[in-house]
Design a protein around this ligand. Structure first.
Ligand SMILES: Cc1cc2nc3c(=O)[nH]c(=O)nc-3n(C[C@H](O)[C@H](O)[C@H](O)COP(=O)(O)OP(=O)(O)OC[C@H]3O[C@@H](n4cnc5c(N)ncnc54)[C@H](O)[C@@H]3O)c2cc1C
Length: 373
């Protein structure tokens, strides 16, 4: 039996960033089912930091996280955690009221520039003529998820913590004030505090532990990559998104990537792209831009996991001592990870609340109990 102060299930961005933050004060062990970190959602995202998704709470968590990406702690990562990429949200004439509403909302958090037809097409020459209105945030960040994951892992290890990969937790029990976890391989681990950061599988962990579930819904999202038209200046292109949730695209390793912003309900799994959504991505790209996709270079899918109110659940379960939820990061888990990790650490170590703009009750998992029992 290996003992720690805190056990964390999940070597994605949620588990690793919380582990790094907590390892200042405690001996932390992260258990990850896969051989590599970030194998599921955290390694399959669009890797953007922007304000065009979620609501005010998500934007507040994003804003609170930005300083970490721009100025990571000394020694966190040898590589920058990301680079500037403008974010363009564009609209047709009939979508103008929705764009106005989003502009007002984002302006609370970032400097937003209003663009007319010329401005939209100057920033993104690939868009077709229907795109006549736009808002631009020139300070979007395209993250390097590898640097972010590895930086958190490095910090965990430097502070004396450990990652144990290839250990799928198969049983969870509590006796004498201690959680005991046993993996499929038969290794056992114990600690008084268990952090459930198992992403799409987090409700399954609760089931193993005999703890009420918060009621999570994983939803699949698909991305394809393909060549840009010859002569496209990829470095100048923004992350471009329709005002409705129909399509986004951006430059990706010398090509373009696009997503039809699908939200297909799924069980927790190693998500695979479905032919329908792959075709949808290609057809929406051709409909909204001048790009003709001759060949899809690569495709992947990942799960975005939501609570019923689409806000994360962070905090101790009210009905199970020492069981801590860190789940429901939906489509914003990378860009909110520094704030979420700081919040998790403050709740576990009883430190000061680190994000005054967010009310603790809005994240408290207790709001779901009764409903999801
Ligand atoms: C297509 C797509 C685009 C996205 N775009 C963005 C974006 O632009 N910006 C942004 O911020 N976010 C984005 N996201 C969302 C972001 O990727 C997620 O919110 C985030 O990765 C969730 O992190 P996580 O650590 O909770 O989950 P995961 O990365 O899935 O980690 C959970 C881990 O728990 C492990 N686990 C599960 N069960 C067990 C067990 N029994 N024992 C041990 N380990 C276990 C799993 O193996 C997994 O590694 C996107 C997601 C997708 C799919």
């Amino acid at each position: 039996m290996t003992s720690a102060d805190i056990l964390i299930i999940g070597g994605g961005i949620a588990g690793l960033s919380a582990a790094a933050a907590l390892s200042n004060d405690a001996y932390v062990i992260v258990l990850e089912a896969e051989e590599q970190i970030g194998f599921h959602s955290s390694g399959r995202s669009a890797t953007m930091v922007h304000y065009a998704l979620g609501d005010r709470l998500v934007r507040a968590l994003t804003l609170a996280s930005r300083p970490f990406f721009e100025n990571p702690p000394d020694g966190f990562s040898d590589a920058p955690l990301g680079h500037r990429m403008p974010v363009l949200v564009h609209a047709r004439e009939d979508e103008r009221p929705d764009l106005d509403a989003l502009e007002a909302e984002i302006s609370l958090f970032a400097t937003v520039e209003r663009l007319d037809t010329v401005g939209v097409h100057t920033l993104c020459p690939l868009l077709n003529d229907e795109a006549v209105h736009g808002i631009a945030d020139r300070n979007g960040i395209r993250l390097d998820p590898h640097a972010l994951l590895q930086g958190n892992l490095k910090q965990l290890k430097t502070r004396g913590g450990a990652l144990v990969p290839g250990q799928r937790v198969a049983s969870v029990s509590r006796a004498a004030g201690v959680w005991k976890l046993t993996s499929e391989k038969g290794q056992s681990f114990s600690a008084p505090i268990l952090v459930n950061a198992a992403g799409s599988w987090a409700d399954e962990i609760a089931l193993l532990a005999g703890v009420w579930r918060v009621g999570l819904q994983p939803k699949r999202r698909t991305i394809i990559t393909f060549d840009a038209p010859p002569g496209t200046d990829l470095r100048a292109l923004p992350f471009a998104k329709t005002i409705g949730d129909e399509l986004y695209f951006a430059p990706e390793s010398g090509r373009l990537f696009a997503s039809p912003m699908d939200e297909v309900r799924s069980d927790p799994c190693d998500a695979q792209p479905d032919e329908y959504e792959v075709a949808l991505a290609a057809s929406r790209m051709e409909e909204r831009t001048s790009v003709k996709i001759k060949r899809i270079h690569s495709r992947w899918a990942g799960l975005r996991t939501f609570t019923s109110d689409k806000h994360p659940a962070v905090g101790f379960a009210p009905n199970a001592e020492g069981f801590f939820w860190l789940v429901g990061q939906g489509g914003f888990g990378l860009q909110t990870s520094p704030a979420m990790a700081a919040i998790a650490a403050s709740l576990i170590t009883r430190g000061a609340w680190p994000v005054p703009e967010v009310a603790p009750d809005a994240l408290n998992p207790a709001r779901f109990f009764g409903k999801a029992a």
